[in-house]
Every structure is written in structure tokens, then in C-alpha cells.
Design a protein around this ligand. Sequence first.
Ligand code: BV8
Length: 262
Amino acid sequence: MKGALPHRAAQLLREAHRVVVLTGAGISAESGVPTFRDALTGLWARFDAQRLATAEAFHADPDLVWGWYEWRRTTVGRAEPNPGHVAIATIQARIPDTTVITQNVDDLHERSGTPAAIHLHGSLFTPRCVAAAAHPATLPSPDDHAAPPDEGGRIPPPRCASCGALVRPGVVWFGEPLPEAALTAAVEAATACDLLLTVGTSGTVYPAAEIPRIAARSGATVIQVNPEPTPLDRIAAVNLHGTAAQVLPTLVATAWAGTDDT
Ligand code: BV8
């Protein structure tokens, strides 16, 4: 990360009035939560995430897919928010008109002081049954099933207490529509913002990947934080090539250096 870029990015952030922060799996990587494509180890190492994260895969082998999500939920439960999550909560404290939009299904934004993150792809913590009524289901407590071994295992999904249908993870699978209210709120925020900070997303999954592009087309300035180049490099005014837990605290400290108001 070159020296000059953070100062330009810090000035853009300090002068912003309406901010959107869009996060992908990379923001949770330094909390020990593997990114979507890295979350395939052990039993699932031979699978493609995009094929496993589908209704078809769940109906073909519910125990395999439910076991994967329970292993991921257990991993998230053992994780803590990292300084990148905390820096985003600080941005919200400094600039009240800040909307956090995440593609992630973990709860690390909520646990780091961002209570109302918009979850475009649902959550590991809101299971529902597969019936049309989509009855909300309670999560099995760890002793409801033998705790998955570290590398995970097949776990039969519970049955809905209301109708007896299978319970599924409360996430958006490939081929499923995003929650309408979440997507509408995200598009509205991206259209109205003057600065969009995109952190830890490959910008390849749609329609979430449209959000930074909508902001740029609406006249916002885009800053990207990612250790790797992505398709979003070309719409970003500043590309900070580094990790979230390293770059974001530096960005926030530089933006508000010398100001003691919080
Ligand atoms: C839909 C929940 C329509 C599940 C996920 C055009 C328009 C609309 C749709 C499409 C389209 N083209 C194709 C589609 C279909 C498809 C799609 O986008 N396919 C892609 C592969 C081309 N989209 C869909 O199916 C969507 N639905 O369009 O429905 C519809 C409408 C009406 C009726 C019926 C249907 C649904 C997409 C949602 C899928 N669910 N998650 C789960 O988590 O199990 S998406 C999943 O993948 C994650 O949410 C994640 O965000 C995303 C990408 O995975 P990763 O690569 O791991 O994560 P990310 O992209 O965030 O990349 C990690 C980045 O972090 C990397 O760049 C890395 O460099 C960086 N990084 C790593 N370490 C760090 C770091 N950065 C900072 N710090 C670090 N330390």
C-alpha cells in the first residue's frame, strides 16, 4: 500500500457526508472465518462452493449441506470481530449517515457495533423451514447434535416445529432472489451516497456486485480495500491494496487524526 493513497482516501472519507460500506467475505478473513471459496476443507474440499450453496445441493443431500452450514456457524461462533469490523463501526460513529451493506452471512458486523447491517445474502442465524410459509426455526444448540468435528461432518437438518418440513439455512443460495427489502435499501443507499467504501469482495457475485457500480454511476467516489485486484479496481478512485484489519484502522486514524470528537 503506497504512502500517498491513504491520505487521499482519508481526506475523501473525512469530507464525506453520506457513506456506504459494502463488505464481502474478506472483511471476516482476519477473524479466522474462511472466505466463501476457502470455506471448503475436510469433507467439503472436493466441492465447488457455488454448487454446494444451492437449493438443489440441499435437496440432493440435506445432511451434507446442513453439516457445512453448521460447521461454518460453529466457526463464526468461535470467531471475534477484527480491527477492520471495529474501524467500520468507528466510521458510523463519526459519520451518522453511513450504511453498512454486507454479502456475508456471519454476525461479526453486529458484534462489532454495527447493529443494522443490511444482509444481502441472509444469515447463518436465521434458519427457516423449506415450506412456502418459511416458518422461522430455532437453531439447534450445540448439544442438540454431536458437535461437528473440527473439519465438520454430515448433520441431518432439524424438522420445522410448526409443519414438520426440513429446516434450511437462512441464506440466499445461487439461483435464489435476494431479500427484496434488503436489496431495495442497498440500492437506495448506493444511489444517494457520496462515498462508497468496498472492502473484501471479489465483486463477482450479482446483483450485489452492482452496488459499487450503482454508486459510481450516481456520482459517488469509490474506494476499494482488497489485497488482490478485482473487477472493481477500474471504478475505484483509490485502490488500497492491503487487508481489512490493517488498512481500515489506518484509514480511520488518518482521517480523524488530531480531532478528539468521537
Ligand atoms: C439471483 C450466501 C435471480 C450463501 C452467497 C447477473 C445478475 C443477477 C444474477 C446473476 C448475474 N450473473 C450471474 C448471476 C447468478 C448468480 C451469480 O452472481 N453468479 C456468479 C458466480 C456469476 N447470482 C445469484 O444466483 C443470486 N441470485 O441472481 O437470483 C433470481 C431473481 C428472481 C427469482 C429467482 C432468481 C444469488 C447470489 C447469492 C449467493 N449466495 N452467499 C453462503 O454464504 O453460503 S454469495 C457468496 O459468494 C458470499 O456471500 C460471498 O460474498 C460471495 C463471493 O464469495 P467469496 O469470493 O469468498 O467472497 P468475496 O466475493 O467476498 O471475495 C473475497 C475477497 O476478499 C477476495 O477478493 C479476496 O481478495 C478478499 N480478501 C481476502 N482476505 C482479505 C480480503 N480482503 C480484505 N482483507 C482480507 N484480509
